[in-house]
Design a protein around this ligand. Structure first.
Ligand SMILES: *[C@@H]1O[C@H](CO)[C@@H](O)[C@H](O)[C@H]1NC(C)=O
Ligand SMILES: *[C@@H]1O[C@H](CO)[C@@H](O)[C@H](O)[C@H]1NC(C)=O
Ligand SMILES: *[C@@H]1O[C@H](CO)[C@@H](O)[C@H](O)[C@H]1NC(C)=O
Length: 209
């Protein structure tokens, strides 16, 4: 082989290695295993990333954000087929704390029948509420998962608005996905948050229910 041919082979192998490593697969899987999202929330990590942005901030596989920063509904995208429906979930397995998660999971957001990744055109089953980790309960993980539905689904769960805690605790996205035959999530992401002084405001939103 000439010097040029050898160089070409070396470059091609490098390019292949970079393109394989550069896909989301490794990082979502590795981060979800490292932070125990697998197995605390799901058994099998997704391959793609859900892009979650709160203004200029974003979730990035376990970074820390504050309840103040995530109080408003985020913008969410993932690699979706236009012709398919998806379910999007945001869930906290660390309720009331990661050390003692007896009310695992607390459901923050659930939207079904989303055409592609157009979340605002989906059917909101549980309205978005931001992170409200109790004082001194440490860091909680807030996990976003997108599931591809087998078709349009008639969800029988009661609709929960953002002033109601009803049925939010003791949720299991794994059991929900099983019930509706959603398979494993196709995309995911998560951030972590601990108490800050916005939390009492969020909890007051639930008063009366
Ligand atoms: C959640 O589950 C725990 C433990 O099983 C139970 O003690 C608690 O009452 C449940 N809470 C709600 C709101 O269902
Ligand atoms: C939110 O849900 C609660 C409990 O179902 C209900 O009492 C309340 O009227 C709802 N609020 C709005 C703004 O729809
Ligand atoms: C609660 O939901 C309503 C209706 O979807 C929305 O207008 C309002 O901004 C939400 N409130 C908070 C505090 O998120």
């Amino acid at each position: 082989m000439s010097g040029f041919a050898r160089l070409f082979v070396v470059l091609a192998v490098l390019a292949l290695a970079v393109s394989v490593r550069g896909s989301d697969d490794q990082s979502v899987l590795a981060a979800m295993e490292e932070h125990g999202v697998v197995p605390d929330v799901i058994d099998t990590a997704p391959t793609d990333k859900v892009e979650v942005t709160y203004g200029l901030l974003s979730a990035s596989l376990g970074n820390e954000l504050t309840p103040t920063q995530v109080k408003d509904i985020p913008s969410v995208h993932w690699k979706a087929d236009d012709g398919s429906y998806y379910l999007l979930c945001m869930t906290d397995p660390d309720a009331p704390s990661r050390a003692n998660p007896v009310r695992r999971e607390f459901r923050h957001w659930l939207v079904g029948n989303i055409p592609g990744d157009k979340v605002d055109q989906g059917e909101t089953l549980t309205e978005y509420v931001g992170s409200g980790p109790p004082k001194d309960s440490g860091l909680h993980r807030y996990v976003f998962l997108a599931y591809k539905q087998p078709g349009k689904i008639s969800y029988e769960e009661p609709r929960i608005n953002n002033t109601s805690r009803d049925t939010r605790p003791n949720f299991s996205i794994k059991a929900f996905a099983l019930k509706y035959n959603l398979g494993n999530p196709v995309a995911g992401n998560f951030f972590q948050a601990q108490y800050d002084d916005y939390v009492p405001t969020l909890h007051a939103q639930f008063s009366g229910h």
